[in-house]
Design a protein around this ligand. Structure first.
Ligand code: PMP
Length: 419
């Protein structure tokens, strides 16, 4: 069980006010807040042993290197990766996916090949593939999304075929919350010889994730969405694919030996970490993982399911005023709810909620083809939860939402805003 009321005290920012109101932070899918141990880890590094890694012979450098490599081991254990050598530390999910597009995919996707995505991809798991497909003469295909926000798998046996080189899909949708059947789809993809990349940006921070059990080949996620600092993320690659991948960024630290005309690559995973890495943030990500492990990821998931159940219940009181998107089933979605009003633009809703101290996300949520193309709305409002959120936060959201809708109705600000 998670005691969100007690946990809140570890998060300094949660005690601040916004426009004189208590901050109710419900934008966790965008980025999470940071607990004191994570912040303190950054301070300890800069005050106590700031130095470069992997190359120093002095005490500070050895200490920094040890902590940096310990963080890598913590990441590996957290997602049940077989070894720390398969963990590449990058900036974020976006960089992890771009690394795969520029390395493995650049040498394994050719003319006429197919890359299968879903209609619910974040731009970061769409735009890199668009460029690659253009360069290689490959074709992008999409698993459709049903009205209730699930993947429509009725044509999956045709969509996944011997031309499919890669299935790249989101584990948990940042728009709908849908938890996708990634394990089953990975099996199917492997059966036709395709590799599988999973965008774990919204799953790894919120539920137990085991890459061995999922069976995928690549998994990318961001530290800043899981209590860690910004600027540190992870790409996990299955060992056999990693061995054959060419490096992406070239320079110092990723080489073993260098001659005037040639160079040999460093061991794994260093050959994918050119230049001075993000040392402080990597070590602090290790602290974030310690914090999550102390809570237990199953407890994190249970807490968010409970909050989602409560949110769906109380938001149903507004059934005539707002439309809810996604599964509307706490066991089949991550800790978030997305909604729109038929009368009020989501940006206007977000602005009024902000005045009440409530931080939510509003807009296309970096998934324009899904939001505007498929759901056919100008944008959505999204409230997303984490370990420090309480049912009271959600009640405050709903109360503020009622107030905002009443305000707009009274003002007669209406459908003109909603195209
Ligand atoms: N994929 C999903 C599903 C996301 O929710 C996000 C962040 N909103 C990203 C990718 C991109 O993450 P980042 O900006 O940290 O690279």
């Amino acid at each position: 069980m998670i005691d969100a009321g007690a946990i809140r005290h570890d998060f300094p920012v949660l005690s601040r006010t916004v426009y004189g109101k208590r901050l109710v932070y419900l934008d966790n899918a965008a980025t999470s807040q940071k607990p004191r141990p994570v912040i303190q880890t950054l301070v300890d590094y800069y005050e106590g042993y700031n130095s470069n890694v992997h190359r120093g012979v002095h005490a500070l450098s050895m200490e920094a290197t040890q902590r940096y490599e310990e963080a890598r081991q913590k990441v590996a254990a957290f997602i049940h990766a077989p070894s720390a050598e398969t963990i590449i530390l990058v900036r974020n999910t976006t960089e992890g996916i771009n690394l795969v597009a520029n390395t493995w995919a650049a040498s394994n996707v050719g003319p006429g090949d197919e890359i299968l995505l879903t209609e619910m991809e974040h731009h970061s798991n769409l735009v890199p593939w668009q460029k690659l497909a253009r360069q290689k003469g490959a074709r992008l295909r999409f698993i459709p999304v049903t009205h209730d926000g699930f993947l429509d798998l009725s044509d999956i046996d045709e969509l996944l075929n011997p031309n499919t080189r890669l299935l790249a899909m989101v584990h948990v949708s940042n728009v709908l919350g849908t938890i996708n059947p990634v394990r089953e789809l990975t099996r199917k993809a492997h059966a036709v010889g395709a590799a599988v990349l999973i965008d774990g940006a919204q799953s790894v921070p919120h539920m137990p994730v085991n890459v061995k059990e999922l069976g995928c080949d690549f998994m990318a996620f961001s530290g800043h969405k899981m209590l860690g600092p910004t600027g540190i993320g992870v790409l996990w690659v299955k060992d056999d694919l990693l061995q054959e991948m060419e490096p992406f960024l070239l320079g110092g630290d990723m080489v073993k030996d260098v001659h005037r005309e040639d160079a040999t690559w460093n061991d794994l995973p260093y050959r994918f970490e050119a230049g001075t890495p993000n040392i402080a943030d990597a070590i602090a990500l290790g602290a974030a993982i310690d914090y999550l492990n102390d809570l237990g990821m199953k407890n994190v998931r249970d807490h968010e399911m409970q909050l989602t159940r409560h949110a769906l219940e109380v938001l149903s009181e507004l059934a005539g005023d707002i439309d809810l998107y996604g599964p509307k089933d706490p066991s089949r979605q991550g800790g978030m709810v997305s909604f729109s009003s038929r009368e009020v633009h989501p940006h206007d809703l977000g602005t009024l909620l902000d005045r009440e101290g409530i931080a939510i996300r509003a807009g296309h949520l970096c998934a324009i083809p899904l939001v505007r193309g498929r759901l056919k709305v100008p944008g959505l409002a999204r409230a997303s939860f984490y370990i420090y959120n309480t049912e009271e936060d959600i009640d405050l959201l709903v109360a503020a939402l009622k107030k905002a809708l009443t305000f707009f109705r009274a003002k007669g600000v209406a459908a003109s805003h909603v195209h």
